[in-house]
Design a protein around this ligand. Structure first.
Ligand code: NAP
Length: 287
């Protein structure tokens, strides 16, 4: 049986759907079981990384656990994942697939990449068989960065990244969970784009005048500070751009194709298949 954690989330739901259609025996864990999609024959359990006692029943009798990284500030989040890996060890889980991030490293400019590195270290310490899915930044993340005037500001510079769609993330996760190869896998989208490229390409997709404006670190920090954003959230946003600028999200790899037998989607293919995911950007393009 396969366990998927965080089952009400977007990657978990889609991965579960793909695996359920292939007849995989599934148990879905969520803090809020009422929000978990129902598939015939699929078990649903309540579980929270912050509450280790809830994890015992979730991991019991599991051959492969897909541990989807949860939500907390960097550092605290790795400790939550440690709870999950320890529960997997106690339960004798055969293989853990962990949803990590491309660029996971102790000296990344993006604090969540450092947190993923810490999580990976905790998993390594268990000695369990494991596959690390180091997924590039989602293409979807850019949609949330545009202001109501269609401007994305930051310090991406000329740095390029191999951004991937949430849909492709679920496809590669389903392939790996069904047949875990072991090791650390760098999973990317099909091409290298900088932030200005993203604005230009999304502009054509939405039919809206979207653009990128480069800022200095001081300008970006001051702008975010004026919104009342907490310092730790501001630092995450700044670090996200800095990591792109420094090339931490490149190069592309062909791992996705090896694992799924198909190519990852371009921005155009992804958003024409899921136009609703353009969110507010679609309205900007409405005459
Ligand atoms: N590559 C990227 O650019 C990128 C961007 C954003 C996020 N991520 C990471 O990828 C993960 C999956 O992405 P997504 O789009 O599916 O995110 P999502 O829709 O926000 O889902 C994340 C899920 O994490 C689970 N979670 C949160 N706190 C938890 C806890 N204490 N214990 C157990 N589970 C917890 C929640 O599941 P339940 O409520 O069902 O328990 C939530 O639904 C994210 O959680 C994040 O770590 C990656």
């Amino acid at each position: 049986m396969v366990l998927i954690t965080g089952a009400s989330g977007r990657i978990a739901r889609r991965t579960a759907e793909l695996l359920a259609h292939r007849g995989t025996s599934l148990r879905l864990m969520s803090r809020n079981p009422g929000y978990v999609p129902k598939f015939e024959g699929v078990e649903i359990v309540r579980g929270d990384f912050k509450e280790p006692t809830t994890l015992e029943a979730a991991f019991a009798g599991i051959a492969t656990a897909f541990v989807i990284s949860g939500k907390a500030l960097p550092g605290q989040r790795a400790l939550m994942h440690k709870n999950a890996f320890e529960a997997a060890t106690r339960a004798g889980v055969g293989h853990v697939v962990y949803l990590s991030l491309k660029g996971a490293s102790s000296n990344s400019l993006y604090l969540f990449c450092r947190d993923h590195h810490a999580s990976e270290q905790f998993l390594a310490e268990t000695g369990l068989r494991q596959t690390l899915l180091r997924i590039a930044f989602y293409q979807d993340m850019f949609i949330e960065e545009f202001d109501p005037h269609g401007v994305i500001r930051g310090l991406g510079g000329a740095g390029r990244g191999a951004f991937i769609s949430r849909e492709d993330t679920a496809w590669v996760a389903a392939a790996v969970v069904a047949n875990p190869p072991g090791g650390a896998l760098d999973i990317t989208g099909p091409e290298l784009l900088n932030v200005a490229d993203m604005a230009r390409r999304l502009s054509a997709i939405c039919g809206a005048a979207l653009r990128y404006e480069e800022e200095s670190t001081a300008e970006m920090c001051a702008r975010l500070g004026r919104t009342g954003m907490p310092d730790e959230v501001r630092d995450l946003k700044v670090g996200w751009f800095q990591a792109i600028a420094a090339g931490e999200q490149s190069p592309t790899t062909d791992t996705y194709r090896h694992l799924t037998g198909k190519d990852p989607q371009s921005l155009e293919a992804y958003f024409s298949a899921f136009p609703e995911r353009l969110g507010a950007l679609r309205q900007l393009g409405t005459p």
